[in-house]
Design a protein around this ligand. Structure first.
Ligand SMILES: [Zn+2]
Length: 162
């Protein structure tokens, strides 16, 4: 059997005779990547699969009602990260959405004021050279469209994005 490059790690491997079409090597990480992609395709293309997964998950939750409560108490950083993500979801659901709106819109003057700038956990940062932050209004004050915030010794300039 001829060697070929694994689609995940790129290293050469020899396909098993039982599976001549094998495209991923046998390393655990590569097999996990193969399965992850398979599941992603199934979720995108097979509504029955999505429905089955949801029902199986619900049944598991009913068999293990305290699992997440115990997990959160054993992993406080996970719980803190989720709280920060929920803050963002709440913010997005209740008011103007971030980005894509015209920053010169006159309605933005209503957003002038002092904000609390919260740096979100690392895994939520999409670009390494940018911060992902959540802004919550502390007090409205019609003034400038950008401002300075000092918190924990840091000074950050923030601009409205909606
Ligand atoms: Zn591999």
């Amino acid at each position: 059997m001829e060697n070929r490059a694994c689609l995940a790690c790129g290293q050469l491997f020899s396909p098993r005779p039982q599976n001549p079409a094998q495209t991923y090597c046998t390393k655990k990480a590569c097999q996990q990547e193969r399965r992850r992609l398979w599941q992603q395709i199934k979720r995108d293309t097979d509504p029955d699969y999505v429905d089955n997964q949801a029902r199986a998950h619900q049944a598991w939750l009913e068999r293990n009602p305290d699992y997440w409560k115990q997990y959160r108490s054993a992993h406080p950083q996970y719980a803190e990260d989720n709280r920060a993500k929920q803050l963002v979801r709440n913010y997005k659901n209740r008011s103007c959405l971030i980005a894509k709106m015209d920053a010169s819109n006159s309605a933005n003057s209503e957003l002038n004021g002092f904000y609390q700038l919260i740096l979100l956990p690392n895994q939520m940062i999409a670009k390494k050279n940018a911060w992902t932050v959540y802004l919550s209004l502390l007090s409205a004050e019609k003034s400038r469209s950008s401002f300075m915030i000092a918190k924990r010794g840091r000074v950050a300039k923030a601009q409205y994005v909606c």
